[in-house]
Design a protein around this ligand. Structure first.
Ligand SMILES: [Zn+2]
Length: 348
């Protein structure tokens, strides 16, 4: 082969490589500035939180080991996960070998599809079953997705009417974030964990021990927490957040009991799936008390013949407002419906 032909072949190979790499890039990744801030909580342990320049929704964690990187929860879309991987490169050049899904909800597991099949995606058996099923048909996700075109329309109108340049720029960012998220959701292929556990799995990476623990039904039937015993960190997803958690797939009564199992673990720092990291363990007590009250109050109203819709408005848990972000009486409609379904035996 002469030199010219060789250069052509090399150019072609490079071109194919670039096209292949680009074709993996999902729609909707564009954003200004960093999409994530990585809050270092212990050596090699970061809480990954969205900055607002890209739709991320759930918080995750990045664990940098001696030779590899582990991600806990990969956010709301293929675009969010792809950008996460790009930005993790600023922390470390080590390869991402492992992803852990704390549960199946869209804001924590919809980035799964972007990972190479050689990456282990670990989750509870239930999480796999749910992601293999039809998770996009669930009301929680349908409500989220179907709200987007309306939000886009409203933002466009507000931008057209806004005179103040700063306010306008802010709205434009919100529009870009929503449009990108919508574009990425259209490419969604729910991808289940390729490694599952039922109660516990322990990984060892150099000196680090990583325990994945199922503590009983709660936020869903298959939430796991990730415990780093040496670092005394627990990554809790939505099993325990810094505020309230979604209840649409929950078992509120069992959840309060499962949180007792969390209390027995040895940790000093919680990295929640929503909100900032915290050290105050009293938050577990507050949330347990809230769950028990929601359950009791909703059950009482049901016994009185009140409809689920009406109960959602009337359940009064405002006595917890000093400890939890509660402003007025009422719980989400999906929470009331869920409790009614549990009491009726429609969900087991
Ligand atoms: Zn969440």
């Amino acid at each position: 082969m002469n030199r010219r032909a060789l250069v052509s072949v090399i150019t072609l190979v490079l071109f194919i490589g670039v096209v292949a790499a680009q074709s993996r890039k999902p729609a909707g990744t564009s954003h200004n500035g960093n999409a994530f801030r990585f809050n270092k909580v212990k050596e090699g342990v970061y809480h990954a939180i969205g900055t607002g320049s890209l739709a991320v929704v759930g918080n995750g964690a990045v664990i940098v080991n001696d030779n590899d990187v582990m991600i806990v929860d990969d956010h709301v879309s293929p675009a969010a996960a792809w950008v996460l991987l790009e930005e993790v490169k600023a922390l470390t050049k080590k390869p991402v070998t492992t992803v852990i899904n704390t549960h199946f909800h869209f804001d924590h597991a919809h980035g799964n599809q972007i990972f190479d099949p050689s990456v282990q995606i670990i989750g509870h058996e239930f999480t796999r079953r749910m992601l293999l099923g039809n998770p996009t048909a669930m009301p929680l996700y349908q409500g989220y997705l179907n709200g987007m075109p309306g939000q886009i329309e409203t933002l466009r109108k507000r931008i057209a009417a806004e005179k103040d340049p700063a306010a306008r720029a802010k709205l434009q960012t919100q529009l870009q974030v929503t449009e990108n998220n919508y574009a990425s959701q259209k490419e969604l292929k729910p991808t289940p964990p390729n490694v599952t556990l039922s109660t516990q799995m322990t990984l060892f990476r150099g000196d680090r021990e990583i325990q994945i623990r199922y503590l009983g039904r709660g936020h869903t039937a298959g939430d796991v927490v990730v415990l780093l015993p040496q670092e005394r960190v627990v990554i809790t997803g939505d099993f325990l957040t810094s505020g309230l958690s979604n209840m649409s797939d929950s078992y509120p009564e069992e959840w309060a009991a499962s949180l007792d199992a969390l209390k027995k673990l040895d940790f000093d720092t919680v990295l929640p799936g929503h909100g900032e990291a915290f050290t105050d363990k009293a938050k577990i007590d507050y949330f347990q008390a809230y769950l028990r009250d929601v359950w009791t109050e909703t059950s009482r109203l049901k016994k009185e013949g009140v409809s689920a819709e009406e109960a959602a408005k009337r359940v009064d848990v405002t006595r917890h407002k000093g400890q939890l972000p509660i402003q007025a009486p009422g719980i989400p409609a999906l929470a009331a419906t869920r409790i009614y379904d549990l009491l009726d035996g429609k969900v087991k």
